[in-house]
Design a protein around this ligand. Structure first.
Ligand code: NAD
Ligand code: MG
Ligand code: MG
Ligand code: MG
Ligand code: MG
Length: 340
């Protein structure tokens, strides 16, 4: 069984007694900075001079300095810039200010797990990773609730790193829902696997194939869109509420029987072998290497794949059809910014 932590297991005064830097003000950055501030923690946000996020952070009452200044002032430095940017930021702006007794914090273990960042001796390294996009982390905190967090300590140089990690997790509201103890290795490998095999990669490919099979067989694209994309959310919501069992209970017996006989026919054991191959590439570092090499070259593969994805016919059909849904407000587009 996993080890769980709640508000009573943490002391808010530990993080409230430190100076915290939040580097980056995107999905996670804004939520961590505002929640910490509202929990009484001394926070500054580190952003580049020309960053568009500067005005937003200042408007919300936060003090904004450069990442270098933030790292120099603070003794707890949370890096919430994109994963592929973190090691440059670390080398140029954080490492020169990472003196003994300070702590460096992550919301995803990528750079530590694959060796792109190695903290010096005498520095605590830990992770507080909310299991939800930043705007939900902020929204739930304001509502008096919280989003569950993963907590891990990679290096406990001070002997106090767990106390500090749990205190940070409490201050962003995470321990109201619960914290789960993990390691950088487990969090990184399972997070990458989940998004590649099931949540992003698996689900996107499944939807595209479903759309292609129906439209190639002559059915109207609008009808195909409804059946293979739009209704996916309704099914996933049922799974979140009560597992796969509740989803099966809620749908018709016809749908449930079709699930049993056709699911394993579509997603056959070969797919499981493919997933094992994906996991092997994550664990060996091959995926990380490919991603970082492409990013360092200006992301030609990444941008070409993004452009190709946007050309899929399901996107154009969806753009038109979504105008029919008055309740899908522009604000919902925030969800698309969330990384998993
Ligand atoms: P994001 O892309 O939403 O925001 C990144 C921020 O970093 C932006 O504000 C940008 O201005 C800033 N930035 C970019 N380059 C910078 C630089 N050179 N110097 C300073 N700031 C710079 O990122 P995110 O989704 O919040 O991800 C941050 C971290 O949180 C990642 O490690 C990610 O894996 C992790 N995480 C994200 C989510 C999520 O749902 N978004 C959930 C859990 C963990
Ligand atoms: Mg149907
Ligand atoms: Mg039923
Ligand atoms: Mg994830
Ligand atoms: Mg992820």
């Amino acid at each position: 069984m996993a080890e769980l932590y709640y508000d009573d297991d943490a002391d808010l005064s530990v993080i409230a007694g430190r100076k915290v830097a939040i580097i980056g003000y995107g999905s996670q950055g804004h939520a961590h900075a505002l929640n910490l501030r509202d929990s009484g923690v001394d926070v500054r946000v580190g952003l580049r001079e020309g960053s568009a996020s500067r005005a937003k952070a200042e408007e919300q009452g936060l003090r904004v300095v450069t990442p270098t200044e933030a790292a120099a002032e603070a003794d707890v430095i949370m890096i919430l810039a994109p994963d592929q940017v973190q090691r440059h930021l670390y080398r140029d702006e954080i490492a020169p200010n990472l003196t003994e007794g300070k702590a460096i914090v992550f919301a995803h273990g990528f750079n530590i797990r694959f060796g792109y960042i190695t903290a010096p001796d005498g520095v605590d390294v830990f992770m507080v990773a909310p299991k939800g996009p930043g705007h939900i982390v902020r929204r739930e905190y304001e509502a008096g609730r919280g989003v569950p967090v993963l907590v891990a300590v990679e290096k406990d140089a001070s002997g106090n790193a767990w106390q500090l990690a749990l205190s940070y997790a409490k201050a962003i509201g995470g321990l109201r829902a619960g914290g789960i103890k993990t390691t950088f290795t487990e969090e990184t490998e399972t997070d990458l696997f989940g998004e590649q095999a099931v949540l992003c990669g698996g689900a996107s490919q499944l939807v595209q194939y479903g759309f292609e099979v129906l439209t190639e067989a002559g059915y109207q694209p609008e009808i195909a869109y409804f059946e293979v994309l739009h209704e996916l959310k309704l099914i996933v919501d049922l799974m979140i509420e009560g597992g796969i069992a509740k989803q099966r209970w809620s749908v018709s017996d016809t749908a449930e029987y079709g699930d049993y006989v056709s699911g394993p026919r579509v997603i056959d054991p070969h797919v499981k072998e493919n997933m094992q191959g994906v996991l092997a590439d994550i664990r060996s570092g091959a995926f990380a290497e490919r991603f970082i090499a492409d990013q360092d070259a200006g992301a030609p593969e990444f941008l070409a794949l993004r452009a190709k994805g946007e050309q899929h016919p399901i996107e154009g059909v969806g753009r038109e059809l979504r105008k029919m849904f008055s309740w899908i407000k522009p604000a919902d587009s925030d969800y698309t910014e969330g990384h998993v």
